[in-house]
Design a protein. Structure first.
Length: 270
């Protein structure tokens, strides 16, 4: 089976590529673990001065893999119990740590985003230092529609990027917005005309960063991280605990059925 996430380097530019194009790079535990391995490779690569993060195929990342037969759907639909709550909490914490490892790479990171950047895919993108997208790319945090709480860093990182008011709008309305709106709110650094322009511009930016004295660039990133990271782990763990409280629930099961059946859900706060 092809590796679900690849790490390669050309000269001083590392590349982390999500590699499940047939599923629009949708995330499950296997995919996250592959991302974690690629991030570790980048961290251990002494020649990588900058890291570009991208997704193969038509989408950067469509969020969770909610295939009814897949592990994620089974995981969140299992019968509630104390043991289930503990397992779910530990799983969320493990995934949070993978996202945080990406954020804490010493090298500056550039996300190249096309097609879809939804849910946990958006949470992955906001771990990167810079974000470029092709025109027409769709963004969202749809978890509220699905009866879930966004829980692997989006609620902590988005307010730092777009401000607390806009972050609340994205989380509560759970609606999709396009690359132009993402640029206007400060989520993106630049919108490119198409995927070819996105790749060209992203690699040009990466090469320009890689040409700088690396200790100075890495030092600047370390200062940014130092100022941003105060209390982050406690905030993430509280977020994981809150989502554990609502997984599973009657509303969550109804939300997933409504999503799959393309109909409005009927919710009762249970």
């Amino acid at each position: 089976m092809a590796e679900l996430c690849l790490y390669q380097r050309q000269e001083h530019v590392g590349r982390i590529r999500l590699n499940r194009p047939e599923k629009r790079n949708a995330l499950d535990l296997g995919m996250w673990e592959a991302i974690g391995r690629a991030v570790a490779q980048a961290a251990d690569d002494p020649e990588a001065r900058v890291v570009v993060v991208s997704g193969e195929g038509k989408s950067f990342c469509a969020g969770l893999n909610l295939d009814p037969a897949g592990e994620m759907a089974q995981h969140i639909m299992e019968t509630a119990s104390a043991a289930q709550k503990e397992r779910f909490f530990e799983t969320v914490c493990r995934v949070q740590d993978i996202h945080t490892a990406l954020e804490r790479l010493r090298q500056p990171t550039i996300a190249l985003i096309q097609g879809h950047c939804l849910g946990a895919g958006l949470e992955l993108a906001v771990c990167c230092d810079l974000r470029l997208a092709s025109a027409g790319t769709q963004f969202a945090l749809p978890e509220a529609t699905l009866g879930l709480i966004t829980d692997v860093g989006g609620l902590q990182r988005l307010p730092r990027i777009v401000g607390p008011t806009k972050a609340r709008e994205i989380a509560f309305l759970a609606r999709r917005f396009d690359a132009d709106e993402a640029l206007a709110m400060g989520l993106l650094n630049q919108v490119c005309a198409d995927e070819a322009a996105l790749e060209k511009t992203g690699l040009e930016w990466a090469a320009e960063i890689a040409a700088k004295p690396p200790l100075a660039v890495w030092g600047a990133k370390a200062v940014f991280l130092h100022d941003e990271q105060e209390g982050l782990e406690a905030k993430l763990r509280y977020n994981a605990a809150r989502n554990t409280m609502v997984v599973p629930s009657e509303d969550l099961k109804e939300a997933l059925l409504a999503f799959m059946q393309k109909r409005p859900g009927q919710y009762h706060g249970k």
